[in-house]
Write a protein that binds this ligand. Structure first.
Ligand code: AMP
Length: 233
């Protein structure tokens, strides 16, 4: 049986980790449109340039281009038993394309997995995440053992005192990922997710194959829920 799964969830819901676990267990590849578009950055043809410009502007790539790239990926040999779709579809037109494309192959969307997380937790997971120079991750809110906070006063720089974090016994500052660096940017991404996702969820709910998973649990517990939900399809 083939398994076509759409993975949805706000940033911080753990989509990336869970996609890896589904990939290994069910032996179907993860297809992330964001990754497919980023992979085009090394190309210099017109289409790749167009996609790069759109991504830099923070807008969405047009549906025809996106659908064509997904159709091409779904035709690859490793995708013949299904895929986990991440970041696609992002609107109803893409969803409708996907459904008719799969129907032509005699397949269908087997499940829409929605990783549910309350938005304040989503915010804290993204905005609280910091890494040290070695890439080890900490979280201001959840995993701050060994992390020291201090106020940095710098009157000559003309800004109010700033809260900074470092590892105990080290002067090296812990840093946020650039795209999580401002609270506004994190909130903006959560808003965009809500605006684009709610209508899609309603669309798929009408088809009756949305599986809601509580993402506010340990990675293992979320995975157990996903595994059970997919195995009982
Ligand atoms: P992501 O990594 O999913 O956040 O995607 C990064 C960028 O790729 C987005 O900001 C869009 O420009 C583009 N992109 C990814 N997926 C889609 C999609 N399904 N439809 C349109 N544009 C997309």
């Amino acid at each position: 049986m083939s398994l076509y799964v759409i993975l949805m969830g706000v940033q911080g819901a753990g989509k990336g980790l869970q996609a890896k676990l589904i990939e290994e267990h069910f032996r179907i590849p993860q297809v992330s449109t964001g990754d497919l578009f980023r992979a085009m950055q090394t190309r210099t043809d017109d289409l790749a340039r167009k996609v790069q410009d759109i991504m830099t502007s923070g807008k969405l790539v047009d549906d025809d281009t996106t659908n064509a790239i997904v159709a091409d990926r779904l035709a690859q040999p490793d995708a013949q038993n299904g895929v986990i779709l991440d970041g696609y579809p992002r609107n109803q037109a893409q969803a409708a394309f996907l459904e008719s494309h799969l129907a032509e192959k005699g397949a269908r969307v087997n499940a829409v997995l929605l990783l549910e997380l309350d938005l304040y937790t989503a915010f804290k997971r993204a905005f609280g995440r910091v890494t040290d120079a070695d890439g080890s991750s900490y979280n201001y809110y959840y995993n701050a053992d060994g992390v020291e906070f201090s106020w940095r006063h710098d009157e000559s720089a003309g800004f109010p005192p700033r809260l900074e974090a470092s590892l105990r016994g080290s002067d090296a500052r812990l840093k946020r990922r650039p795209d999580d660096a401002s609270a506004d940017a994190v909130i903006q991404r959560i808003d965009t997710f809500l605006e684009t996702t709610q209508p899609l969820i309603r669309y798929f709910e009408a088809g009756g194959n949305v599986l809601k998973i509580n993402a506010d649990q340990s990675i293992d517990a979320v995975w157990m829920d996903i595994r059970q939900a997919l195995e009982s399809l």
